[in-house]
Design a protein around this ligand. Structure first.
Ligand SMILES: Cc1ncc(COP(=O)(O)O)c(C=O)c1O
Length: 390
């Protein structure tokens, strides 16, 4: 047979796959595995959102919707950007509704990159960022943020990784996996460097509502000079517990969005029609459930931070947002993949090794806290027993 796609062959598989597979095998063999490897809320989608989709289906909203999103949803997103993010320059024509945040990121890269363009990926970064750059024929340039300084983004550090081929910076705040939320000075650094080198910025704000201890989310798109270079990626998966609905969006400068619309019409056509009615209900309806879910994550975060503080050899800075903790295992020279394997084999806790998020994540392990408190209590007990043996 003729050779398959070299491009896709060149994209590495996730280093976590093997471990997740092992976790599944152990669970299938009857072992009591606690799964903290995933990245999805353990809550169900709020009732009024489900109801809106039911009603849409019953009313016959089962045909092709407008490719870019229904007018009602585009308007709701524009209003939300003004209301919550202080972003006033986006019109409905500058929004594209997508099936999931992942596709919104993929489209952003597809319409901004030419072959060989470099993309700054701030590590530790979400596992799909670098492979998606590769899939779009770009070159991921990994910027290792310092674990010793709680992964702070600095102007000089960014500059060190800029070249004449630099095209875009991928930013994610609140961050998966570190739980960091951009500070004023980090935002200033990104703005300064991107303006200086005429770069696009993708700001992935999918965890924006999940904030702790008074942390504030500020969108890069609201900064002066950033409107023409910033593409916002956001969606419903995390805040509204809607991972399975596959509903998200991107919004940005008119020329970028013009290409994004062409790309969508010639690829996946649209998100599913009736999910868009659910999206309108989510954005325009009551936000109580969002607050309740975040309050539950806050309680779990507090529990895990307090519990880990008691365990020698594990250091965990207090995360500011998203629903993961990313502790460092300080009393061992073992790599994060080996640590994660031991956690799975000896303590039956399934996690994601820090190396999956780039070299800068080495020594760390990601635990999801979007999990029932009972499981977190059992995790803390098992970790306390295992840590001294690592
Ligand atoms: C940082 C980040 N961006 C985007 C996504 C994609 O979300 P979706 O489920 O909407 O594709 C995720 C999902 O885990 C994520 O962690």
């Amino acid at each position: 047979m003729k050779k398959l796609s070299q491009l896709i062959e060149s994209v590495p598989g996730s280093p976590t796959t093997l471990m997740m597979q092992k976790g599944r095998e152990l669970a299938a063999a009857g072992h009591d595995v606690i799964n903290l490897a995933g990245g999805e809320p353990d809550f169900d989608t709020p009732g009024h959102i489900v109801e809106a989709a039911f009603k849409a289906i019953q009313a016959g909203d089962t045909h092709y919707p407008p490719s870019f999103g229904t007018p009602a949803l585009l308007e709701a997103i524009v209003a939300k950007l003004k209301r919550e993010n202080n972003v006033h320059h986006i019109t409905p024509a500058q929004v594209l509704v997508t099936p999931g945040g992942k596709w919104a990121i993929y489209v952003t890269l597809a319409v901004t990159l030419n072959p060989g363009d470099e993309v700054l990926v701030l590590d530790p970064s979400w596992v799909s960022y670098a492979p998606m750059v590769q899939l779009n024929r770009g070159v991921p340039v990994r910027v290792p943020l310092p674990s010793s300084d709680n992964f702070t983004i600095g102007e000089d550090l960014l500059r060190r990784y800029i070249s004449p081929r630099s095209k875009l910076i991928m930013v994610n705040s609140p961050n998966n996996p570190t739980g960091r939320v951009l500070t004023r000075s980090e935002i200033d650094a990104i703005v300064k460097v991107s303006v200086e080198h005429d770069l696009y910025v993708m700001t992935d704000e999918i965890y924006e509502h999940i904030l702790f201890d008074g942390a504030q989310h500020m969108s890069l798109a609201a900064e002066p000079d950033m409107a023409k270079r910033t593409i916002i990626v956001n969606g419903f998966s995390k805040a509204y517990a809607m991972t399975g609905w596959r509903l998200a969006w991107l919004a940005g400068p008119a020329p970028v969005m013009k290409l994004a619309r062409t790309y969508q019409t010639q690829s996946i056509t649209s998100a599913a029609s009736f999910t868009m009615a659910a999206g309108v209900a989510a954005l325009n309806g009551p936000q109580d459930r969002v607050h309740e879910m975040t309050a539950a994550y806050a309680q779990r975060r507090r529990f895990m931070l307090d519990a880990l503080e008691e365990i020698p050899g594990i250091e965990c800075p207090p995360i500011e947002g998203a629903f993961y903790i990313f502790p460092k295992f300080t009393a061992t020279n073992k790599g994060s993949l080996e640590i994660a394997n031991i956690l799975l084999e000896k303590a039956l806790i399934s996690t994601t090794p820090g190396i999956a998020f780039g070299e800068a994540g080495e020594g760390h392990v990601r635990f999801s806290i979007a999990t029932h408190m009972h499981d977190l209590e059992r995790t803390a007990e098992r970790l306390a027993q295992l840590a001294p043996t690592l």
